[in-house]
Design a protein. Structure first.
Length: 214
């Protein structure tokens, strides 16, 4: 069977990595990508970083031997933008070498390297969506009313799919950033409505709702 570029390059870890490394500081961008993978047990199990490195090397080989016009345009554009003056296959092999050690060693914490914008959006999507839908619009008299409405809007069909995962994201934010000043400095650019009191209310009201019979 002929190798199908579409299967590999239209979606998946290599495309995600190119999104992460399309920034100004390659080393920091790679740390944030690796930290995102390692922060999720399911992602780390399905696609550990050593597997990402191996896939990068396979991709480099396929790109270097591909016939003209066979690489999907979207992937080619992302690779060219990320690689800059470096040849695409060379850039992909370099990424593999830089990523591989992180499969075995500690990754810098958010205090050593702040969360990046894309990292925040990938790691806390439910928190961002919930706030944009219910808190940021200011349609309710208080934040507590807005949160209650948002939680109850998922009842009964989606409670178990949405609310526990939302609460887990919020709890992670609270643990990562113990003070309100740390929290707002770290994520306010992506979560404009954020504050510890509001996140505390989400945890409390989500727990109260899920404690009811379903």
């Amino acid at each position: 069977m002929a190798f199908d570029f579409g299967d590999l390059f239209e979606d998946g870890p290599i495309l995600r990595l190119l999104d992460f490394t399309d920034g100004s500081t390659l080393e920091d961008d790679l740390v944030r990508f690796c930290r995102t993978v390692r922060s999720c047990a399911q992602a780390d199990w399905v696609m550990p970083l050593n597997a990402v490195a191996a896939l990068l090397e396979l991709t480099a080989e396929k790109v270097s031997t591909a016939a003209p016009g066979t690489i999907p345009e979207r992937f080619g554009q992302k690779l060219h933008r990320a690689a800059g003056d470096m040849a695409g296959p060379e850039y992909l092999r370099m990424l593999a070498e830089l990523i591989r050690p992180f499969d075995r060693q500690a990754i810098p914490s958010v205090r050593e390297l702040p969360l990046g914008s894309l990292e925040i959006r990938v790691r806390f999507p439910r928190t961002i969506d919930f706030g944009l839908s219910w808190i940021a619009p200011g349609e309710h008299t208080t934040d507590e009313e807005a949160i209650t409405a948002g939680v109850e809007s998922e009842h009964p069909s989606r409670c178990i799919d949405v609310i526990p995962l939302l609460a887990a994201e919020v709890q992670e934010l609270l643990m990562l950033f113990p003070s309100d000043e740390e929290l707002t400095h770290a994520v306010r650019g992506e979560i404009s409505w954020v504050s510890r009191p509001v996140l505390d209310d989400i945890i409390r009201l989500a727990a109260a709702h899920m404690a009811q019979p379903h």
